[in-house]
Design a protein around this ligand. Structure first.
Ligand SMILES: NC(=O)c1ccc[n+]([C@@H]2O[C@H](COP(=O)([O-])OP(=O)(O)OC[C@H]3O[C@@H](n4cnc5c(N)ncnc54)[C@H](O)[C@@H]3O)[C@@H](O)[C@H]2O)c1
Length: 350
């Protein structure tokens, strides 16, 4: 299994995107975002996506060079139409505008429609938190997704992720999670490795519980369960429905559409500037005491410490900065094959 540094991961993205003739200004938003996802341990959202993204360019679903257009604009809100450029390009512009507007107004909401896969939501909310904002970001799939409604068998919802981040000493508290029992990318990684998955995440095409990711990818198609699984899935289902309404309807992306390209997303980003609501010193004092209180609890057997949302990703980054990122052989084979097809030169890995 090849092990890559962050610089090498970025180089893989730059080499492939350049060879695919992606406009120069759109290369780094994608390449840096994917490498960062690998660095924090979310390999399902890392460089393995380059194969899928460039296939989507070939298929005409991703439209490099398409303008990111402001179709609705107000002092503290706007709606962007991404015209199906790369999701990272659209969401990067959405974050830039949200920061600009929230610095002026104290708070801002940006919706994005006709957006492709934006990657790991926590990257955007954490960036906002580090700039002094509490951030909420969510994504819906306005077309048919892979998640069954609570009690259903058929696919109806997206994995509809939500991330919330807030400044904290030493970085930020960053929740970043799907409202489904698993991210689709995690199934894809297990499927690629030929591994089984824990129970309670998916059902097969007949509604039976399954631990084989192939049941999701092969006909008759199974479905991912809502967050909470067979027992408590009504909560994940409820969250997912509400995110469909916010990200899908208010963004103008729509719901349950069958006329959209595969992978189309509606995106919601909301920022609140901490300093506008209370002095930052007071905020820092409260959050420090709060974190200390949470972490001071006795722990269950086998648990060494309480981790805050986002902490595991920060630790994985520290580890991967020193040890590198192992890329599964199958992912590396696909990237190498793509490089050969495009005439790209990938970095030589020791
Ligand atoms: N762009 C898209 O359309 C899309 C769709 C689905 C998922 N995603 C991304 O997929 C990624 C994975 O989502 P996921 O739901 O599988 O995440 P996950 O289950 O790995 O983590 C969910 C949250 O739990 C926290 N966490 C993990 N272990 C913890 C522990 N032991 N103690 C305390 N907190 C802990 C994490 O910091 C994170 O905030 C996310 O980055 C998400 O943005 C993106």
């Amino acid at each position: 299994m090849p092990t890559l540094t962050e610089a090498e991961l970025i180089e893989v993205g730059r080499a492939l995107l350049t060879a695919a003739k992606i406009p120069a200004q759109e290369i780094d938003p994608v390449a840096l975002h994917l490498a960062d996802a690998n660095m924090v341990g979310h390999d399902s959202h890392g460089v393995m996506r380059l194969v899928q993204y460039l296939q989507m360019v070939d298929d005409g679903f991703v439209k490099p060079g398409a303008p990111v257009e402001r179709v609705v604009d107000g002092p503290a809100f706007c709606v962007l139409d991404g015209h199906f450029n790369f999701g990272q390009v659209i969401a990067g512009e959405g974050l830039r505008l949200a920061l600009e507007k929230a610095r002026g107004q104290g708070t801002a909401t940006v919706f994005m429609r006709n957006c492709n896969h934006i990657g790991r939501l926590g990257a955007y909310t954490e960036a906002a938190a580090q700039a002094g904002f509490t951030a909420v970001m969510a994504v819906n799939a306005p077309g048919p997704g892979g998640v069954a409604p609570f009690g259903g068998i058929d696919r109806r919802l997206g994995t509809n992720p939500i991330s919330m981040a807030s400044p904290a000493p030493g970085g930020a508290v960053v929740l970043d999670m799907t409202t489904s029992a698993t991210a689709e990318g995690k199934l894809r990684v297990a499927h690629q490795k030929g591994e089984s998955i824990p129970p309670g995440l998916i059902i097969d095409g007949h509604g039976n519980p399954s631990t084989d990711p192939a049941d999701y990818y092969n006909k008759p198609y199974g479905a991912i369960l809502p967050l909470g699984g067979p027992l408590m899935g009504h909560k994940g289902f409820g969250l997912s429905v509400m995110l469909d309404l916010i990200c899908g309807l208010l963004s103008g992306s729509g719901l349950c559409r069958t006329d959209l390209p595969r992978g189309a997303n509606g995106v919601w980003l909301h920022l609140m500037e901490v300093e506008r609501f209370l002095p930052r010193a007071e905020y820092d004092q409260w959050i420090t005491t709060y974190i200390d209180t949470l972490k001071s609890t006795r722990t269950l057997p086998g648990v060494s410490e309480i981790l805050l949302p986002g902490e595991i990703e920060r630790r994985r980054r520290q580890l991967r900065e020193s040890e590198g990122v192992p890329i599964p052989d199958e992912t590396w084979r696909q990237l190498t094959e793509l490089a050969a097809k495009l005439g790209a030169t990938l970095p030589t890995i020791a």
